[in-house]
Ligand binder design. Structure first.
Ligand SMILES: Cc1cc2nc3c(=O)[nH]c(=O)nc-3n(C[C@H](O)[C@H](O)[C@H](O)COP(=O)(O)OP(=O)(O)OC[C@H]3O[C@@H](n4cnc5c(N)ncnc54)[C@H](O)[C@@H]3O)c2cc1C
Length: 416
């Protein structure tokens, strides 16, 4: 068993900021992350290779700290008891012992079902971006990027940089909502700079506002998508090789819930120190609400300082956190999902992809639990991580419990 003063789960911006703040004061810190390299989603591929100077600075300080261990390709399976975590690597398992725990487990995409969404060539927006960053070849491929949120722009820029031809960006938010969001950027000048940079990178790419993909078509793989344009106008057909489609982000709550942390409205409840309802367990970043990298960094710093007992220094970051929380609220308002998205699936559309459960079966149920027991919806390897976000929009239910281990595990890890 390995012991640490503080264990941080997640090596994204929140986790790196938390680890740096805690380690600067001498605590023995471990950063546990299931990816091969640190950086989380936005800094995927390693913080030292990013253009964002904050990534490189955090990384160089952490690498120089003798009191920080990085445990990459290490996934937390569950907590056998307070103060302990069972983790699994590709070859072995281990029990880690902690004094304080900081959860910085980030978010995943919300995917919504529509006819054709299971065709090869249809992926999440961030999903295709992650593949491209990992070397998946897209040069010369025609890609439609669709769904909602500023992430679509970042995804399209990455894909274009990798040689893809971006056919269009299809954004479901209405023009007035986008205009309000754009005006609100005046409160965060760094975001205006970022938006201008993205606009330059994406010059010439059609940005279809007030629009959404109704269906995807192809024989054995994607060939085209049908897009609903504003005001019930005729559907527009776009020929493409890939559709990268995601409807915003959903916090990864499974580990927090497995530890008993209170959640509400889909986020972990924390106090001003980022402390959860469970003693010694903090949460920072997307787990406490989707707000982007700046909020994740501010919350991570507060959590790291508070967990290592430096509350006076933590208080100094409150102002920055408050500013980015306001940005998060504007983001949520600007890209709220329209009601029509809940009506795209027809009876034949698969909703639970692991267990092949269709909309026609699910819509006769009234709650997640009953649907799960009778159809196996949410009982496959992803344990509702994909269909849970869809059933919330389609039927108003979300998974009501977490099964342990929180992700598929080798039997030997559990027996050990
Ligand atoms: C697919 C995707 C792509 C994105 N791309 C961009 C982008 O291009 N630009 C942008 O501005 N924002 C992007 N974002 C948003 C960005 O992730 C957030 O703005 C912010 O940076 C999140 O930081 P974080 O530290 O809270 O979480 P993350 O960066 O998500 O880091 C969380 C880390 O925790 C790890 N983890 C989770 N559970 C466990 C576990 N049980 N055991 C071990 N490790 C675990 C994850 O693998 C991940 O590495 C993306 C989000 C997603 C989901």
């Amino acid at each position: 068993m390995t012991r640490y003063d503080i264990i941080v789960i997640g090596a994204g911006p929140a986790g790196l900021a938390a680890a740096q703040a805690a380690a600067a004061h001498g605590a023995q810190v471990a950063v546990v992350d299931d990816n091969p390299l640190a950086g989380g989603q936005i800094w995927r591929g390693g913080p030292e290779r990013q253009t964002d100077p904050r990534a490189r600075q955090l990384w160089s300080e952490l690498r120089a700290s003798a009191n920080v261990d990085f445990l990459q390709q290490t996934r937390v399976l569950y907590a056998p008891e307070a103060g302990r975590l069972l983790v699994q690597t590709p070859t072995t398992s281990d029990t880690l012992h902690y004094g304080q725990l900081i959860l910085a487990t980030g978010a995943r995409e919300r995917l919504l079902p529509f006819p054709g969404w299971t065709l090869p060539g249809v992926t999440g927006a961030g999903g295709l971006q992650a593949l491209a960053k990992g070397g998946y070849p897209l040069r010369g491929k025609r890609v439609v990027v669709a769904g909602s949120g500023p992430l679509l722009l970042a995804v399209a820029a990455t894909l274009r940089d990798k040689g893809a031809h971006i056919v269009a960006i299809v954004e479901q938010a209405s023009t007035p909502a986008l205009a309000r969001f754009g005006f609100g950027l005046l409160a965060t000048p760094s975001k205006i700079t970022q938006a201008l940079r993205l606009a330059k990178q994406l010059s010439g790419v059609p940005y279809l506002r007030d629009s959404y993909v109704r269906s995807a078509h192809g024989d054995s793989a994607l060939q085209s998508v049908r897009v609903q344009r504003p005001g019930g106008r005729e559907l527009e057909t776009l020929q493409c090789d890939y559709l990268a489609c995601g409807y915003g982000l959903l916090p990864n709550l499974e580990l927090a819930q497995a530890l008993g942390c209170a959640t509400s409205q889909g986020v972990v409840e924390v106090d001003e120190w980022q402390h959860s309802s469970v003693p010694g367990v903090y949460c920072a970043g997307e787990g406490t609400g989707v707000g982007g990298v700046d909020l994740a960094l501010a919350e991570g710093r507060i959590a790291g300082l508070a967990a290592s007992g430096h509350v006076d220094q933590a208080r100094k970051a409150f102002g920055r956190r408050a500013r980015w929380k306001k940005f998060a609220a504007r983001l949520a308002r600007g890209f709220a999902l329209r009601a029509e998205l809940a009506t795209l699936a027809d009876d034949d559309t698969i909703v639970c992809r692991c267990e092949d459960v269709r909309h026609g079966e699910l819509r006769t149920h009234t709650a997640w639990r009953g649907a799960k027991l009778q159809t196996r919806c949410g009982m496959g390897p992803c344990q509702g991580r994909i269909c849970g976000g869809a059933t919330e929009i389609l039927y108003g239910w979300r998974p009501d419990a977490v099964r342990l281990p929180i992700s598929p595990a080798r039997v030997s890890s559990i027996i050990d």
